[in-house]
Each structure stands twice: as structure tokens, then as C-alpha cells.
Design a protein around this ligand. Structure first.
Ligand code: MOS
Length: 743
């Protein structure tokens, strides 16, 4: 077949639309006769509503109705309770409580919707919502995981893991035991969450949603309203950030759809910022203990990793917090344990680098602590325990170039300048430290489909239902098609984010380039095969040539060894009376995938500056290296890594959703008090791509990158802070008070 064309770094194909306001997000859609709704949240974390006064709200200007547990229209698919989850399948183990929005006076968490006010404008709905008054029979709420770690229960579906000897830790020559915690973190993308529901017929529904998967929302609503999914049209072309919060349909979304049907008007919900902290999930507070043993030569003898995370009483949320420990290093004796504690809190959800970002902070901090005990360079310690095969499953990695990543990152950050003795590097009033950490995440390839249409004018249209939450999916798909068909990038159009297009998985798990990209690759390859067959067939313009001898670029099919011998794609199509070549392909992982462990790897390096008088930590330099297979779109890939670092700085230094446990309520549920890393916190970031194709995962050789951009970063900062100061902070975020406390 033809050779790969070059992989130029192109701008985002939707960039201009986004910066000029042309991109329409769910809340931008305005429909005739549309009504607006606003949620009223509970003021207690546990108990029962005793009285609910909605009269004033009902009488406020513009109010159409107020819905509470007393008059909420039924949601037919919820009649039969689905065990373990608030709003639908898959069934999970039985939980203590069932949460059905506006279905009972029972309160399970602070901020739980107790009323939904519908009015003719957003402002009037907001005002009327302030008039709803409730009284409660309050019960004592448990919201502080740190007080209940010992009460963790094993979730139904993830068992404890062990290999080797259980007591190896006790006999190891050098041992470490340390506890690490991460606080509640929230996604809080710029775009607020919500939904616009429009019943276009008695059984026909149009939804503009903030979802990471239009097909997933379609299915969830089909289940809730007992409809054929074909009758539900979901549109989410653009999303102003998701980070995991859009990976499920939330109860309030379903409620809006039910109420829209009841009032017979399109209904829009846009949640406010403080509701975003409570009603669309968060990264759970997690307490971890690592016990690690090594011998004097720096070989790991044992690792045990236990994690306990909070969840709601009404749903068991779990994530793969301890997974990395099972396979990251060559270590004969490993055990992991994962527990959840059900609290009077709203349910968590996946947040960028779900599980692994939490686990990597503990494991990679512990690796640094152990390296220090052994008097070894942290990279050298990792290399002494490097594994070329997956020790958890005893099978090869599909590809792993982590050694090269360590080396390239170390060079770029200037690792040679690091002093092994903490606190020994100073510039003026600032202590300087270097730290590094590894990140890893599964390289998935899910089933996906895509359609490609090549027209006589040489233009190509790609179609897939996949939504783009921000990483540049349209751009990556454009590059994949460009590399197969040689169509110039400005002649490629991508249509996505709509259930009318070929089915695709939700955008999450760093899987979309691999999944949807493969389907695009296959559809474009099918077009190319058709073109080649037309060209080389008897009587064709390139008759007699082999497919391997042909190259395709800029709309021209040419014979590589015969300069000047070529045919344009439009001539070829016209000669065969074709106005379009239209191919749809479904694509999924092959059976070969079972034989390999597939992961993307990253290494993060940072230089920090710590002011010993104020405890302020600045990340002065950051280098992130990705080993994520072939890079299909260099510019968006670099942006993806940069975004991960910005998130990682927040996770390391500032982000923490604080609960006042007397009330079970967040006290910093706003952007003034919940501190994300802003421009002044983020230094110039260098990204390095190993860019070596994975031979197994998919035809592009591309592995995912979204999660590894963040996973491990907070550990690198903690390790650098230790190197700068000799102070080990094991509880994120590393705020000045924690450093000053230990001086
Ligand atoms: Mo990501 S947490 O898979 O959106």
C-alpha cells in the first residue's frame, strides 16, 4: 500500500468556530416556547423533609409550575427499582438506599434536589427557586471519610489481589509504610452542566445535552422512558470540558425530560456553579496505605497497597485506584485491597485519570521515599525494578518505551542538576527541588463505527456519533483520514456528536483515537481500495499496476516508479459514474489483544521552587513525556499533555473541595474558593512524545493519552517538594500550611 504521508501539526479543525462563537454548546440552543428550570437543593445532608412550601414560588412572576416529590411526574423505567444505581442499568450490588430524584421526602445528601422550578425565563426561575422553603427532620450525617476508613466494605465487583508471599514485607531488609490521602476534587469545566429536552411527538424526544456520549444518553433515556432508542435524538457536538462528569446520565437530566413532557414545552436546565460540586460527581476522597519492602541492592521485595474511598449510600462508585501497583514494577510479592465507605454524600464519578491518578500519587510517592531510604536516584530505583512484561498477567506489553521516556524527560528537565540531599539547592530565598513520577493507564480499543464519504470534488466527509469534550477529536480524525487517503486537511470535514451518525462509544478512558480512529481508518482504507481497484482494473487508467506501487496524495493516485503516470481521483470517479464513494465501517479489537497487556505510559518531571518562609510552592518547570504509541495529531497531542499538567498542578498544590462536616456541606463550592491552577501557576511546559507505533492495538499504532497526561503528575510535585525541602507531604494538596507545620 501507499506510504504514510507526513504528519504535520495542524490547527484544530474547529478552532475558529470555537473562538468566534460559532460552536454551539447545549445551552446555546434556543427553541420556540422554551421554558427554563432551576433546581432547589436540600439544606441538610441526612433526614426527611417535614414541610415544603412552594406557594410563594408558584405565585412568582413567570412561574409555570413547581415540581417536588409530591407532584413529580413518574419516570416509567424507574418504576421497578434498579438495584444499586440511581437511574438505570447495569445492576450493581444492593446499596443501603435508593435515590430517585424528587420521589420521596428522604434526604441522602446536602444539595439533593427537593424542588424544580419551571418559569418562562432563567432569571424568573432562579428568583422563584429562592422562595421555596423547606423544614426538615434532621438526622446525624456521616460525611467525613477520614473518621470512617476502618468501616470500608469490599465492593461487589473488584476483589483483593495478591501474588507471592503475604508476609514478605516483614522480612524485607528495608521497609516503608506510609499513608497518603487525596481530597475531594471536582471537574468544574467552564461549561455548566445541564440539558435541553424537547418532546417533538408523544414518543419522540430531541435532547441537547452535556454528555460525553450521545449514544449513552440515548440509551439511558430510552430505558428511563421505555422508548425505542431510535425515537430519541441526542445532540452534543461541542462540550466545554467534561473530564468524566458526562460519562453518565444524571438523575436531574432525566427529571427535566419527564417534566418537559408533562408541561408540553421544551425545557432547559443549566445548573449553577455550586450545584456542579454536588450533582455531577467528583473525584472521591481516598485514603491509601502503601507498605513497601526492598533489599539493599534496590530490588523491590514487596508492595502492598490499600485504598479506601468514599461513596454515596445509594450507589457504590468504584474505580481502579490500586491497579497500577499490580503491574508497574517487577516485584515478586504484591497485594492490593480496595474498599468503599458509604457516606451521606452525593455519588462520585470518574474524573480525569480515574483511580490511577489517585493510586499513582501514593505509589510514586512511596517509590520516591524508598529510593531516598536506599540512597538511590529515583530514576535508577525505577530502572532496577523495571519490567518488560506484565507481572500481573504474565504476558507481554503490546509496547512499552518507558526507559526511553525516563531518559528523554531527565535530559529535558536537567535532572543532572538535582542534588540527592534534600534542601541543598538554593537560589536566593528559594529552595529548588526536582521530582519525577510515572503514569500509566489502560490503552483501550472499544467498538466504534464511522462513515467516510469521498466526493468527486476531492472533498471528504467523516461521520461518527462520538462527541468531542475538548481534546480535539475532530482534528485527530482528520489527520487519520489524511494519512490514509492523502486528502488535504482543509478538504476534510468531520461531523460528530449526534445520534443520527454512526454509533460510537462515549468519549472517555483515553480511548477515542483508538476506537473511532480505527473505524475512520478502516472506512478510508475501504475507499482507497475501491479507488485503486478502479484504477488498476482492465481498461483502467493505471491498468496492470499493483496496489503496492501506487501512492495517493492531494487527490491524485500515482505510480511511484513511473513519474507522470497518474490519475486524479475526480477523473477516476467520473469515468466510473460515481459522485460519491461512501463507506461505513465497524471496528473493534481483534482476538490478538487478549495476548497482550496494553497500557499508555507517561513520565512527569518537575522543578519546584519552595519559599521556606511562606511555604509557597511554585512549579517552575515541567516536562511530560508520553509513551502512547504513534502520535496521529502532534499539536492536539501536545495540548492534551499541557492540559494534563495544568490539571496536575491544581491537584498537587491547590484543589480541594472542603466539607464542613457539621452540615455535610461544601464551604468552597465556587471558583473563588476552590482553587484550580490558573495561568500564573502554570510555567512553560515541555511535552515530549516517544511516538513509536504500538504494533498491536490498532492500525494507526496509536494509544490513548488523555489520562496519562495527568496521572502521576501530583506525585512528581510531592517528590520535588521533598527534594527541595526534606519535607514529605502525603496529603494533597501541598498547601503552604502543611509545609510550615512541619518546619
Ligand atoms: Mo475521562 S475520566 O475517561 O472523561
Amino acid at each position: 500500500m501507499t506510504k504514510d504521508t507526513k504528519n504535520p501539526p495542524i490547527d484544530r479543525v474547529d478552532g475558529r468556530m470555537k473562538v468566534t462563537g460559532g460552536a454551539r454548546y447545549f445551552a446555546d440552543f434556543e427553541l420556540p416556547d422554551m421554558a427554563y428550570c432551576v433546581l432547589v437543593g436540600s439544606e441538610i445532608a441526612r433526614g426527611t423533609i417535614s414541610s415544603l412550601d412552594t406557594k410563594k414560588a408558584q405565585g412568582a412572576p413567570g412561574v409555570l409550575d413547581v415540581f417536588t416529590h409530591q407532584n413529580m411526574p413518574p419516570i416509567p423505567g424507574w418504576d421497578a427499582p434498579v438495584e444499586g444505581q440511581a437511574d438505570g442499568p447495569p445492576p450493581k450490588p444492593k446499596t443501603e438506599e435508593t435515590y430517585r430524584i424528587l420521589s420521596s421526602p428522604k434526604i441522602l445528601f446536602d444539595g439533593q434536589p427537593i424542588a424544580l422550578v419551571v418559569a418562562d425565563t432563567y432569571e424568573r426561575a432562579t428568583y422563584a427557586a429562592s422562595l421555596v422553603k423547606a423544614t426538615y427532620a434532621k438526622q446525624v450525617a456521616r460525611t467525613d471519610l477520614s473518621k470512617h476508613v476502618a468501616e470500608g466494605v469490599a465492593p461487589g465487583r473488584s476483589g483483593d489481589y495478591s501474588r507471592g508471599k503475604a508476609d514478605a514485607h516483614q522480612t524485607a531488609p528495608v521497609t516503608l509504610e506510609a499513608n497518603y490521602t487525596i481530597p475531594i476534587e471536582v471537574h468544574n469545566p467552564m461549561e455548566l452542566h445541564g440539558i435541553l429536552a424537547h418532546w417533538t411527538g408523544p414518543d419522540k424526544l430531541m435532547i441537547y445535552a452535556k454528555t460525553q456520549g450521545v449514544n449513552a444518553t440515548q440509551n439511558a433515556m430510552a430505558q428511563a422512558f421505555k422508548l425505542d432508542p431510535k425515537n430519541i435524538h441526542v445532540h452534543t457536538e461541542f462540550m466545554g470540558g467534561g473530564f468524566g462528569m458526562g460519562l453518565r446520565t444524571w438523575p436531574q437530566e432525566t427529571a427535566v425530560v419527564a417534566i418537559a413532557r408533562k408541561i408540553g414545552r421544551p425545557l432547559k436546565l443549566v445548573m449553577n456553579r455550586s450545584q456542579m460540586f454536588t450533582l455531577v460527581g467528583h473525584r472521591p476522597y481516598t485514603a491509601q496505605t502503601i507498605r513497601m519492602g526492598a533489599d539493599q541492592t534496590g530490588k523491590l521485595v514487596s508492595i502492598s497497597h490499600a485504598a479506601t474511598a468514599e461513596t454515596a449510600r445509594y450507589e457504590d462508585f468504584t474505580e481502579a485506584t490500586v491497579n497500577m501497583t499490580k503491574f508497574m514494577y517487577a516485584c515478586p510479592n504484591v497485594s492490593t485491597r480496595y474498599r468503599i465507605v458509604r457516606l451521606d454524600r452525593s455519588v462520585p464519578i470518574w474524573m480525569r485519570g480515574p483511580g490511577e491518578a489517585t493510586g499513582a500519587f501514593a505509589l510514586e510517592s512511596a517509590m520516591d521515599e524508598m529510593a531516598h531510604k536506599l540512597n538511590l536516584d529515583p530514576i535508577e530505583f525505577r530502572l532496577r525494578n523495571y519490567t518488560e512484561t506484565d507481572p500481573e498477567h504474565n504476558r507481554p506489553y503490546s509496547s512499552k518505551h518507558l526507559k526511553e521516556a525516563y531518559q528523554k524527560g531527565a535530559e529535558a528537565i536537567g535532572w543532572n542538576n538535582r542534588k540527592p540531599q534534600p534542601g541543598s539547592l538554593r537560589e536566593g530565598n528559594w529552595l529548588i527541588g526536582y521530582g519525577m513520577s510515572t503514569g500509566v493507564f489502560n490503552a483501550f480499543r472499544w467498538e466504534a463505527s464511522a462513515r467516510a464519504l469521498l466526493k468527486t470534488d476531492g472533498s471528504l466527509t467523516l461521520q461518527s456519533a462520538v462527541t468531542d469534550i475538548g481534546p480535539g477529536t475532530g482534528t485527530a480524525l482528520t489527520m487519520i483520514a489524511h494519512n490514509v487517503l492523502g486528502v488535504p486537511v482543509d478538504k476534510i470535514k468531520v461531523e460528530y456528536g449526534d445520534t443520527s451518525l454512526p454509533k460510537a462509544p462515549s468519549q472517555g478512558g483515553s480511548a477515542i483515537v483508538s476506537a473511532v480512529g480505527s473505524a475512520v481508518f478502516d472506512a478510508c482504507t475501504a475507499i482507497k481500495q475501491t479507488l485503486i481497484e478502479l484504477a488498476v482494473k482492465e481498461g483502467g487508467p493505471l491498468a496492470g499496476r499493483q496496489a503496492d506501487d501506487l501512492a495517493m496524495a492531494d487527490g491524485i493516485l500515482s505510480v511511484e516508479k513511473e513519474p507522470g503516470k497518474n490519475v486524479t481521483v475526480s477523473e477516476l470517479m467520473q469515468a466510473n459514474n460515481l459522485t460519491v464513494i461512501d463507506r461505513t465501517k465497524e471496528s473493534k479489537a481483534g482476538p490478538d489483544h487478549q495476548k497482550y497487556s496494553m497500557y499508555s505510559f507517561s513520565v512527569h518531571f518537575v522543578q519546584v521552587r519552595v519559599n521556606p518562609l511562606t511555604g509557597v510552592v511554585r512549579v517552575a518547570k515541567a516536562v511530560s513525556v508520553a509513551d502512547s504509541g504513534r502520535i496521529v495529531s502532534p499539536k492536539t497531542a501536545a495540548s492534551q499533555m499541557i492540559g494534563g499538567v495544568a490539571g496536575g498542578i491544581g491537584m498537587a498544590l491547590t484543589e480541594e473541595a472542603v466539607i464542613d462536616h457539621r452540615f455535610g456541606r461544601f464551604v468552597n463550592n465556587n471558583f473563588a474558593d476552590y482553587h484550580v491552577a490558573v495561568h500564573a501557576d502554570v510555567p512553560a511546559i515541555e511535552t515530549i512524545m516517544i511516538d513509536k507505533p504500538d504494533p498491536i492495538i490498532n492500525p494507526m499504532g496509536a494509544k490513548g493519552m488523555g489520562e496519562i497526561a495527568l496521572i502521576g503528575f501530583a506525585g512528581a510535585v510531592a517528590n520535588a517538594v521533598f527534594n527541595a525541602t526534606g519535607q514529605r507531604v502525603r496529603d494533597l494538596p501541598i498547601t503552604p500550611d502543611k509545609l510550615l507545620r512541619t518546619v
